[in-house]
Design a protein around this ligand. Sequence first.
Ligand SMILES: NC(=O)c1ccc[n+]([C@@H]2O[C@H](COP(=O)([O-])OP(=O)(O)OC[C@H]3O[C@@H](n4cnc5c(N)ncnc54)[C@H](O)[C@@H]3O)[C@@H](O)[C@H]2O)c1
Length: 321
Amino acid sequence: MTDLVRVGLVGVGTIAQTHLAVLAERAQVTLEFTVDPGHTEPVRFRGGHPPHYPRLADALEAHQPDLIVLATPTDTHAELVGQVLLRSTARVLVEKPLVHDLDSLSRLRALEQTADVRGRLFTAHHFAFSPEVDWAAELITAHPEWGPVTAVTSAFYDPYVLKGPQAFTSYTSSWMDSGVNQLSMLTRFVDLRALTSAQQTDGGASAWCTAEYRSRGAIGTARLRSSWLTGSSSKVSSLVLGHSGVEVWIDHTALTGFAARGGDLLATHGSDGRTPRKIAHYRPLYESLLSDRPDPVLGFDAAATITEIHHTMPRSDDDLT
Ligand SMILES: NC(=O)c1ccc[n+]([C@@H]2O[C@H](COP(=O)([O-])OP(=O)(O)OC[C@H]3O[C@@H](n4cnc5c(N)ncnc54)[C@H](O)[C@@H]3O)[C@@H](O)[C@H]2O)c1
């Protein structure tokens, strides 16, 4: 995908604005059309207004895009992915999470009989591309003498309580939304094995889960907290490399990080202060997607693994483990 890339954008809500901003920066990209039944006005892109459709099927009849970006509510992903794979030759970048349940994952797997699912379907695991994650992963890789990551704690807070019921419509639950970000971020550091406990509270607006992983031959546990019961966004993770006493803290809100051992500061990472957080995620994500070799974290196998681990979650507060 290094030549001209004709893009169709499906869903022009919140995260679509980040896609539009990053796509507009890429000279090889043109926006061929947009789709959204909830919007009637065409979207502005580089001073123009590409045609807008209420239905994806109508857009696919009129255009031959190279890439479709799906930025629609989570429970629409599987059905729309199916339409793109079966009614066009385009690749598809679907917002995370790829699907909202395991049945939908099975349906996508079944499409492998008729469509090149592995070659065409990519999931926007954008947290895996965040600069502080990149920095910390490179740092830990460069220091094998620090030993395995023996414990991880990650806390993701979003102010979605302010959105009311709309938050559940767009994102289903805190674990559905943030859990996938936490798991995809962790794949940069460790090999995830399984969810070992899961609690969903506040009607799905909060979660507390633990996951087992393997790191440099050792088994460790990640503790994952997420919640919408806050007025501001805050996302932090800490990685403990217990054999050497090294701790790595990464602040996903500030895009910063540091490593320390006891009272000694070992390494630091700062942001340029100018790049908004989501732009900082999606710029390298698109760089990778539109290259000859997209990062495997965008691929179907990674999304399927993350989905399967993610969906060990009980369905309601009544199912607490
Ligand atoms: N908001 C974020 O920060 C963020 C970040 C990363 C990923 N995501 C993911 O992106 C997806 C969308 O989130 P959002 O925050 O943009 O939601 P949103 O509710 O703001 O926007 C979704 C848009 O999709 C439209 N839509 C609904 N059904 C459609 C259909 N069948 N065809 C075309 N358009 C349709 C809606 O009218 C709406 O405009 C979710 O899966 C979410 O998990 C969101």
